[in-house]
Design a protein around this ligand. Sequence first.
Ligand code: MCN
Ligand code: CUM
Length: 785
Amino acid sequence: MFKCKTSAEVGGMGHSVKRKEDARFLHGKGNYVDDVKLPGMLTMVMVRSPYAYAKIKSINKEKALAIPGVLAVITGEDLAQYNLHWMPTLLSDTQMVLPTDTVMHQAQEVCAVIATDRYIAVDGAEAVDVQYEPMDPIVDPFKALDKDAPLLRPDKEDQKDNQIYHWERGDRAKTDEVIANADVVVKERIHLPRIHVASIETCGCVASYDKDTEKLVVYLTTQAPHAIRTVVALVAGHVGLSEEKIRIISPDIGGGFGGKVPVYPAYVVAIAATFLIGKPVKWIEDRSENLVNGFARDYHMDCELAATKDGKIQAFKVSTLADHGYTDSSANPSKYPTGMFSICTGSYDYEHAFAELDAVYTNKAPGGVAYRCSFRVTEAVHAIERMVDKLAAKIGKDPALLRLENFIKKEQFPYSSPLGWSYDSGDYEATLKKAMDMLGYDDYKKEQAQKRKEGKLMGIGISTFTEVVGAGPSKDFDILGIAMFDSAEIRVHPTGKALARFGTKSQGQGHETTYAQILAEELGIPYTDIEIDEGDTDTAPYGLGTYASRSTPTAGAAAAIAARKLRDKGKKIAAYLLEVSEEDIEWEVGKYFVKGAPEKSKTIQEVVFAAYTNIPPGMEPGFEATHYYDPPNLTFPNGAYICVVEVEKETGAIDVKRFVAIDDCGNIINPMIVEGQVHGGLTQGIAPAMYEGIEYDDEGNVLNGTFMDYLVPTAVESPHWETGHTITPSPHHPLGAKGVAESPTVGAPPAIANAIIDALAPLGIEHLDIPITPAKVWEAIQAHS
Ligand code: MCN
Ligand code: CUM
């Protein structure tokens, strides 16, 4: 008799099955953009500006074109003939593809050299003679709005100064009033510096246009292939590139982390070049180019938190200055220019809040590119979590206790936040208590008291954050007008094996495994029998891609619902095969059986075979389903992180002793993959907290544009992460799951900062901006002793 399969046997939800994609990666058989080699392929190298702000007086191509193998030098003037020298950013600002007269930041693309191989192209780029007339750049965003500041974007008609926009949310007057009358108010200016994701694979593309078929194929390091296809069609439609003739293929990606969401100028130049030359053109960014372009964050936040004298939080206000460089290339939904920043009220229950933000232009590379951030949630979480600690220090209350007393309670969900979000679910108290138990919080408190008596610097830092992921309900969320739903398409073959395709695109998150697990759970087909395919716009259903931890909340939900459609069809087939009515059929993992007579059953495989061979009269043959999922709300994961550090007074050296991270992302599809995501995310949390930060000199030169001085933590710098979870299912997601991938990056930096500042508290140090390096700590210690 048929042995009933269990969820564990088919690799369903909640099981740590091994990643299907790893065999290919571990054996060196991944297929990345740079592995794509097409017949007759040419190589493109960009010439970049040494100046942050300069007029281009002339570009002389002659010497470059004289080098054998150099075929073309493409300038902004060349593109202007086709009106392709400007393009939209994802936030409807405009960005130069190549400049015709002015360069706006150091390392901006000035022109492109196309040659038969990379060595020749590099020689060609060196031989291009560009004459510049340097101008005084605006580097400090606080000076961008000065009356005598030069107008950086005269190309934009409405632009009378360097302010890009003002945004605000909440009740300013009421919040000000509560702050004015509060017992206690803590204030701080907090800066989250520019940083850059340093994925192992840099950006790149191979663009190939065939004049006979009029088809453009672009292999591209992109997290959002469909959106890119539509944008290319909208931008280049006028030169004859229409959407059905454009195919974007996102092959294996060696890390995206948000840096592979934007459209970079070189992609457009490569596409223009293949279109004009008729041969495939490859562009692969080198490490130095990668490190000085496309930055995240750069928010200067003036925060005020008001409370009663015993610590009941009453109001939060934050006024932010955002440095966007010379164009706003934030990868945020149209209606949310500051992303989900208004989640900044955090995990606490109070009524009054106000957030405002002014975004300005400066002579820096495009800002607002993501860094594992969930649309500005890192900034928001850092602001509130630092301020809650500051409040605790001010009133002399244990920061854990202060949080426990102010948390939104589990029975208050769905919770309407003062700045307009509806948090779906959570049990913040349980999450923090679990973290405290795992750490042994009370013992560390005692140890700290003892160490302080001995004059030693030890700190304990907490962050209890609320995330917001899964964009999104399409009525509110779109990118350049394209609604943010996502999709799944399942084909089950006659022998019961399946192929499923998605509108998202894994960059290392393990989608080939976890989507197969969702389908295994819903259909009872072993996850190893299900192929997952993403990233090719000619085959995958339309979707908005993978970023902002949205794949599980959107495409994961689409997978479950599409599978359920198939299960309903299967039920009809099973009823027909078993000669009973549909109402008499029941389902358990992998089989349909007759109510009360479990021995009368059909496996999912038998039912699928019948869908192709023995179809009930009147039924449409085949076993395929598609679903486009438009979520009713976002999901709100949360976490409680606690960090213990010791600081050496003499040197400022920081030793992270313990780091405990409890995450709640609702129901979990694959615990091992989630743990891996959390480990990676925590490392990308300690990175900006202690190491990473792009610095500029007064001329607008990037001072740390190499790995020699832009410090990316390795396994050596990373502490031993101790992870765990609580589970509060999302009430509106079909699997009860929430996204998780960015939570650790969002939650970790304030825990680390709070711990270091707590260690330094006995010296009277109240705040330090990240990255908190030993040098910064040493200087602060000197200034306070
Ligand atoms: N997962 C799960 N159970 C849950 C939630 C998630 O098992 N309740 C699994 C998912 O099935 C998926 C993984 O965890 O395999 C991440 O899922 P999710 O949180 O939905 O995030 P996305 O798949 O949308 O990934 C995007 C996210 C972002 S925005 C950045 S940035 C980031 C990150 O993923 N970039 C990464 N993690 C990365 N990991 C790698 N290796 N490389 C990147 O570039
Ligand atoms: Cu915000 S980094 Mo991810 O969204 O690709």
